[in-house]
Design a protein around this ligand. Sequence first.
Ligand code: HEC
Length: 237
Amino acid sequence: MSASNINHDTNDLDRIHSAVKREKLDLPAGNEAAPMWAIFIAMVVAVLAGSHLGMMSKPLSIESKATFAPVPDPRPSSTGGADNLDPFALAMKKGASAYAVCGGCHQGTGMGVPGQFPPLAGSEYVTGGTERLIRIALSGLQGPITVKGAGYNTPGGMPPQGMALGDQDIANVLTYVRNSFGNEGPMVTKEMVTKVRGTITGHPAQWTAAELEEFAKKNVPGDIPAGPGATGAPAAK
Ligand code: HEC
C-alpha cells in the first residue's frame, strides 16, 4: 500500500464527515429544540413567581387544635389478660396450661392409661387430703398403688414435679386437677405448697403409696380466698 493511497482515504473520510456535520437534522416544524435563552427566561419567571406566591400566602400553622381522648391499650397485660379473674378462676386458667406437664401421662381427659398411668378423674388421691396430694406432686410416687379399685406398679413410677414447677405452679395445677374431670375440691394455695416443701426437704426419693397413707385425709392448714374454690362445691359459672 502506498502513501498516496492512505492520503486519498483520509481525505475521503474528512469529506464524508464534514458533509454529515453540515446537514441539519430535518425535524418537523414545532419539534425543534427550544433556544437556550428561552429556557433561561422560563426558569427566571418560575423562581420569581414561586417566591412571590410564598410571600403572599399565609404561613402554615403546625399547631393542632384537635384533642385526643386516651385510647385503651389493646395489648394483653403482663398478667395475660387475667386482671379481672377471681383467685380461683386465675388458678384454674394457669393450672390448665401447667397441666400439660401431667397430661403426657395422666392424659388430657384425666383418665390415665389402663395398667400404666392411674386416673386423676375420680381419684381419692386427688380429691382427698391436700397433704398427700402435694407430697405426690412435689416428690413423685413409686411402687404398687391402687386407684379406683385398679392396681398400678409402673416401672420408674411418677417422677418428681417439684423441680420443674414452682410452688405457685404446683398450687395452680393441683387446684385444676381437683376441679376438673368431674372432680370437686377446695383450692390448693401457694402457701400450702411452700409449707409442705419445707417439711419434706429431708426426703430425697419418690414416695410410696404406703408411706403416704397416714396423710390420706390430712389437709394442709392455710387460708383459701373466699368465693368459688373455697369449698368443694362446684364453682359458679
Ligand atoms: C411420667 C409420667 C407422669 C407424669 C408426668 C405425672 N405423673 Fe402422676 N403418676 C404417674 C404414675 C406412673 C403414677 C403411679 C405411681 C405408682 O405406681 O406408685 C402416678 C400417680 C399419681 C397420683 C396418685 C394416683 C392417682 O392417679 O390419683 C397423682 C395424684 C398424680 N400422679 C398426679 C400428677 C400430677 C398432678 C402431675 C403433674 C404435675 C403428674 N401426676 C405427672 C405418672 C406420671
